[in-house]
Design a protein around this ligand. Structure first.
Ligand code: GLU
Length: 340
């Protein structure tokens, strides 16, 4: 049976954009009878909010989602919290190290930024200058009692894949992404390693997630291959933006699932609004999660980011709602000095 998953980082309450990703991933799996896994990605200790672990689970349940395996229900591929899976990441790192794929990085992000004009995404493009600076830094950092980060030496080559939403993609990973961190200098396992190890270990076939992770995908595919694992198919969703046109962020407390629930908004309204924002229905209407899963089609998802304007948000509280299909963030925003 094919399997999908949703993998929240419990760094706070989930906002409508997180809920939208969760709904799409869940509906995609459920609409064709696939299994669905919930995995809590709580590796980033300083950013993890302990109450958010159970809070996020409760928010998803409130929306009407269910899962076959997860931290609260267990399952054959558990545990389903990354903080309990560190031995797996250590094994994967050891394997990469034995294959000569890793190196110690004594340079901070700031050091690397100052050295290089190359763009930095998930990784750092390590050229001769960076290597020399790294070698120079080692003695000093050791003397200060500092630990190095462990990075993957990204192999040369072009990575090509077909994203189910973003279309055909290619990336020269070593040059565009660079040498990604596997183990951080503070001892935390890096998201990139953990996600690859876990998607394979949990037999995930398809990943639906926000397109903020599109730039990491090529590196994750390469990493999977180096570990002799099959990479899952990916579908990257363009993100949700707020009335001001800015991407929703967890900092913005008003648009969290928990705040809407506490304000008395019924879950069917949240699901209905998100179904509309995902191109599944023409106008927002109250919708049970189960019904949403029945009608969900990936092909109908807008290929542009979507802005929830005041009319859309007002609908959650009983307002008349938006007049038409979901619009892109800049579309319909009055720009000063622009004739309309
Ligand atoms: N835990 C990640 C996040 O919440 C998502 C990881 C993924 O879907 O690959 O942003």
């Amino acid at each position: 049976m094919p399997r999908g998953r949703y993998a929240p980082s419990p760094t706070g309450a989930q906002h409508l954009g997180n809920a939208r990703t969760a709904l799409a991933a869940w509906a995609r799996a459920r609409s064709d009878g696939s299994g669905f896994v919930l995995r809590v990605e709580d590796l980033d200790r300083p950013r993890t909010v302990p109450e958010a672990v159970t809070g996020n689970v409760a928010e998803l349940r409130w929306l009407g989602l269910d899962w076959d395996e997860g931290p609260d229900v267990g399952g054959p591929f558990g545990p389903y919290r990354q903080s309990l899976r560190e031995d797996r990441y250590a094994d994967a790192l050891e394997r990469l190290r034995e294959d000569g794929r890793t190196f110690r990085c004594w340079l901070s992000r700031k050091d690397l930024r100052e050295l290089s004009s190359a763009p930095h995404g998930a990784g750092a493009v390590y050229g001769p200058r960076e290597r020399a600076a790294n070698a120079r830094a080692e003695a000093d950092k050791r003397a200060q009692g500092k630990e190095p980060a462990i990075r993957l030496r990204m192999p040369e080559g072009t990575e090509r894949w077909d994203d189910l939403l973003a279309g055909p993609r290619e990336s020269e990973v070593a040059r565009e992404v660079g040498d990604i961190v596997l183990l951080r200098a503070d001892g935390a396992w890096a998201y990139q390693l953990a996600v690859v190890v876990d998607d394979a270990a949990m037999a995930i076939d398809e990943v639906v997630r926000g397109d903020d992770l599109l730039p990491s995908t090529a590196a994750q595919r390469v990493l999977a291959r180096l570990l002799d694992q099959r990479a899952p198919r990916h579908a990257h969703l363009p993100l949700l933006h707020g009335p001001d046109g800015a991407r929703l962020a967890k900092r913005r407390g008003d648009l969290t699932v928990g705040a809407l629930r506490d304000a008395g908004v019924p879950p069917e309204r949240v699901v209905g609004l998100l179904a509309w924002s995902l191109g599944q229905i023409e106008r927002p209407e109250p919708l049970q999660a189960e019904r949403f899963a029945e009608l969900f089609e990936l092909a109908a998802v807008p290929r542009h980011p979507v802005r929830l304007d005041d009319a859309a948000l007002g609908w959650l509280h009983g307002g008349p709602g938006p007049g038409g299909p979901p619009r892109a963030p800049g579309d319909g925003l009055d720009t000063p000095g622009t004739a309309r």
